[in-house]
Design a protein around this ligand. Structure first.
Ligand SMILES: NC(=O)c1ccc[n+]([C@@H]2O[C@H](COP(=O)([O-])OP(=O)(O)OC[C@H]3O[C@@H](n4cnc5c(N)ncnc54)[C@H](O)[C@@H]3O)[C@@H](O)[C@H]2O)c1
Length: 359
């Protein structure tokens, strides 16, 4: 990489640490990190071993050496933090959901374009080599015309009645929870692999645990969606954060006329390829496509995982900042797409009807 990026991170929780590792593994420097208070900011600097201890957001934004800001805070804070980062001339990586409504997401897309900054959203499951292999098989015709897209994204960390988190509260998490938190990853991935776009859908959302932490819950634990695509395929997805034993089970199947391709995020080094006569389990590193090999960091048989995908996403973001155009880099436009699909899911659930998803 020509330039060594100087990164500032906003948010000292789970994602703050994931981004810090990815920044370093992409050749960047973790210059500063801030949390919601001076104390948490100082603790964050120790946690990720930042170059300079920082107490306020202003210090981070005023630091002219910092050229890229990573926004890793609760969902409803993303919009104002992204606006501030762009106003200070920074490139931005903003966690999903980019914004909690499509109008704000669209505004952020336009602001980034006007400022000429690189602006990306970590739809990082795109960066598994097996996902790239699946995408290449659809694109080169091996799969045949895609007819059916189906799967689920299931977690269990909110299965108990006493489980709680900021995401449960619409004031910090936004009006959609399970779908905006993880359903958007599934939709991004299915569109990325298949090349199809979801054009209309009908959805039902369920609040299975009506009270958490002594307050009523208004955001969904479960979403079930039927959809159609622009190229004539049909699909279904179930999204849940209350499914015991399912930790981060993003599973999808792309069924074409000639083969089905099946990816499981909890077993990401292998791609299942179903045929009429023979089924195969393609191990990472044994496929034919260079677009997949590009993201293999260790030889086949040495497992790769989530952090590796995250590292690849940040490395490609930094390559884009340096003027390259990496294939498949998820940008703010993809964040806007996710916000539009989320809005359609909420609208459909409210009206029990079919809703068009804007292109
Ligand atoms: N791309 C992915 O795979 C992925 C995975 C998990 C979470 N996320 C997203 O990352 C974001 C953060 O999630 P998390 O799991 O790290 O949450 P978390 O609760 O672990 O961390 C959030 C942090 O933000 C800090 N914070 C809150 N308000 C702030 C503010 N105004 N300024 C600075 N810091 C503030 C909190 O103190 C906390 O340290 C969410 O938007 C979530 O949807 C993305």
């Amino acid at each position: 990489m020509a330039d060594r990026r100087q990164a500032g991170i906003i948010g000292t929780g789970f994602m703050g640490t994931v981004h810090a590792r990815a920044i370093r593994r992409s050749g960047g420097t973790v210059a500063r990190i801030v949390g919601s208070t001076p104390q948490s900011s100082r603790a964050g600097a120790r946690l990720v071993d930042a170059e300079r201890v920082t107490e306020t957001l202003d210090e981070l934004l005023q630091d002219s050496a910092i050229d890229v800001v990573h926004v890793c805070t609760p969902n409803t804070t993303h919009g104002s933090l992204v606006r501030e980062a762009i106003r200070h001339g920074k490139h931005v990586v903003c966690e999903k959901p980019l914004a909690v409504d499509p109008a704000e997401a669209e505004e952020l897309v336009n602001l980034a374009a006007e400022a000429g900054v690189t602006a990306t959203v970590p739809f990082v499951y795109r960066f598994y080599p097996t996902v790239r292999e699946a995408r290449a098989r659809v694109a080169d015709g091996s799969t045949g015309p895609v007819r059916l897209l189906h799967g689920s994204y299931l977690q269990d960390w909110l299965a108990g009645d006493t489980d709680d988190n900021w995401r449960v509260d619409a004031a910090t998490g936004g009006a959609s929870r399970a779908f905006a938190d993880i359903g958007v990853h599934w939709c991004d991935l299915v569109e990325f692999v298949s090349g199809h776009r979801i054009t209309r859908l009908t959805a039902r959302t369920v609040v299975a645990v009506p009270e958490r932490g002594g307050r009523p819950v208004t955001t969904e634990d479960v979403a079930a969606v039927l959809f159609e695509t622009d190229r004539g395929a049909f699909g279904t997805v179930t999204v849940s954060q209350i499914s015991p034993g399912r930790k981060n089970r993003l599973w999808l199947s792309v069924d074409g006329a000639d083969e089905s391709l099946c990816f499981d995020q909890e077993n990401p080094d292998s791609l299942w390829i179903g045929g009429r006569d023979v089924n195969r389990q393609l191990m990472r590193g044994t496929g034919e496509h260079p677009s997949a090999a590009r993201y293999a960091v260790v030889p086949s048989g040495h497992p790769q995982g989530y952090q590796d995908s995250f590292d690849a996403f940040v490395a490609d973001t930094y390559a884009a900042i340096a003027g390259e155009a990496p294939d498949g880099l998820p940008t703010f436009a993809d964040g806007l797409r996710a916000a539009r699909i989320t809005r359609a899911v909420l609208d459909s659930s409210r009206t029990s009807g079919w809703v068009e998803v804007p292109a």
